[in-house]
Design a protein around this ligand. Structure first.
Ligand code: SF4
Ligand code: SF4
Length: 485
């Protein structure tokens, strides 16, 4: 018998299971209030940031956070990032990644449970459901009811609210890429760029669909992060856990009264399942379906209070502590759970990158220079025997005000230079140009050296004049015949 024939009889006949709608019940408690707070803060930051102003003077935009793709700049409050400084953005992204590793190894899927955009928007849409259709039981009844005018009106009303939220979400996103008040005016007057309308349309559709309908399926089937987290969580990570040694065997209060001591603390009320936004039963153990939102802790604590039993039947705990507790031991203090080699290493890497970025930010200059020598020909012999090289020298003024920049020849005493707007007779060892704010000024520079000059290295040195002069230098070569005699 082949292996296929042996396996086939037990294999599932369908690879697709229809989604069972999840109608989480309203619950209150410390974790629910914390989720409210996180939702308020994250949504306020997302929708409000583009409207925050930041005065950078008359030559730069006054939007605090702006990704100016047209001019290739990223503004974040007092910081302005140029394309060649993208390592700052890369550093921040690496910090975000390592930060996620740190949080996950310390407190499990806290990111998923509280601040992932999919969680926040799904939570928001579930509140809309409650607002329009009522709490869990009312929604389940309405779902099961046949279509009627009343049901259709409720659905249209609810989906309209979804659509407004989704449109607002897409609209807020484009505000990060242009001056928000100007773009808003242009958008509504039909004068914005087509890409703005396209982006809003795509983000409105995805928010409407992912937050309004896909919901927990994004976490269960689409997002790779829960799978990666499996490798980051170990038995010393805090996760939401059902303490089965305390709760089992489960049974109602009546059964427990009939047979005192025979049952555990779980009264099998199912409230923990009813409040779960993914519809998971945490009593089955840790699973990818648990996003660690902790609402089941609030639910179970409430039940335990009502039946007069100690809280914490479902709680944040490490698997190691669970084993200790089950064997009669005491859980370790939270600081020992958080302070362990893995979290310390992650934190050290995270803080090290942060400090390096801060140091680089604090010591960066706002003046840059780059040099491109002509390659073909690399030098010219003039009629009097002198040798001329040509270069494109780019002076970068990274401040939002115009600056006078002096360009010097360093390490080549015999040479002089002039630019396209000068004559050879005016060749000098230094020239001064005004570089407009936030601009790279390209200069065609000719360097001349007397007959008999040999190939050699030298520097172009730039000095931005002003109260706090800044300097930058670029090394290059002067090409000449090996022997001009
Ligand atoms: S099982 Fe509990 S912690 Fe996990 S997602 Fe459901 S309610 Fe949140
Ligand atoms: S809420 Fe608590 S008592 Fe009720 S079923 Fe869940 S674990 Fe058991």
């Amino acid at each position: 018998m082949s292996s296929v024939e042996r396996i086939a009889p037990d294999s599932p006949t369908k690879l697709f299971a229809k989604r069972q709608p999840v109608h989480p019940r309203r619950i209150d408690g410390p974790f629910r209030r914390f989720k409210w707070l996180v939702m308020f803060v994250t949504l306020t930051i997302y929708y409000g940031t583009p409207w925050v102003r930041w005065d950078r003077g008359p030559y730069a935009p006054d939007q605090a956070v702006l990704i100016d793709l047209a001019n290739r700049r990223f503004y974040m409050f007092g910081i302005e990032i140029w394309p060649q400084e993208f390592y700052f953005v890369a550093g921040l992204l690496i910090m975000a990644g390592v930060g996620l590793f740190l949080v996950t190894s310390a407190v499990g899927r806290a990111w998923c449970g509280y601040s992932c955009p999919q969680t926040v928007w799904t939570d928001l849409f579930q509140h809309v459901d409650r607002f329009v259709d009522g709490d869990r039981n009312a929604r389940m009844r309405l779902d099961a009811a046949p279509w009627s005018a009343g049901k259709a009106a409720r659905r249209v009303g609810k989906w309209t609210i979804y659509l407004v939220i989704a449109f607002w979400t897409g609209g807020a996103w484009i505000m990060y890429f242009a001056d928000a008040p100007t773009l808003t005016r242009d958008f509504w007057s039909g004068e914005a760029a087509p890409v703005a309308y396209g982006t809003v349309a795509v983000l409105t559709a995805t928010t409407f669909w992912l937050g309004g309908f896909m919901r927990e399926q994004v976490c269960l089937y689409m997002c790779p992060w829960p799978r990666i987290q499996g490798a980051l969580i170990d038995e010393r990570s805090l996760i939401v856990t059902y303490k089965d040694w305390r709760g089992e065997p489960r049974g109602s209060v009546k059964k427990a009264e009939k047979d005192p001591g025979a049952l555990g603390d779980c009264i099998d009320c199912n409230l923990c399942v009813a409040v779960c936004p993914t519809g998971y039963d945490i009593r089955k153990g840790p699973d990818v379906a648990c996003i660690t939102c902790s609402l089941c802790i609030d639910a179970c604590d409430r039940v335990m209070k009502e039946v007069g039993r100690p809280r914490g039947l479902i709680d944040y705990a490490t698997l190691e502590d669970c084993r200790n507790e089950a064997a009669g031991g005491q859980p370790r203090p939270a600081w020992r759970t958080l302070m362990r080699p893995r979290t310390v290493i992650y934190f050290t890497i995270w803080a090290g990158i942060g400090l390096a970025l801060l140091f680089a930010l604090g010591t960066r200059t706002h003046l840059g220079i780059s040099i491109e020598p002509d390659r073909n020909p690399s030098f010219m012999l003039l009629s009097d025997g002198s040798v001329r090289n040509a270069y494109i020298v780019k002076l970068r003024n990274m401040q939002s005000r115009p600056r006078w920049v002096q360009l010097d020849l360093k390490g080549f005493p015999a040479a002089g230079m002039w630019t396209d707007d000068m004559s050879r007779q005016d060749a000098a060892r230094q020239i001064v140009r005004e570089v407009p704010p936030d601009t790279t000024l390209p200069l065609r520079v000719y360097v001349i050296a007397p007959a008999g000059s040999r190939p050699q290295a030298f520097d172009f040195a730039a000095t931005a004049q002003g109260e706090r002069p800044e300097r930058a230098a670029g090394a290059t070569r002067f090409e000449a015949p090996e022997d001009t005699r």
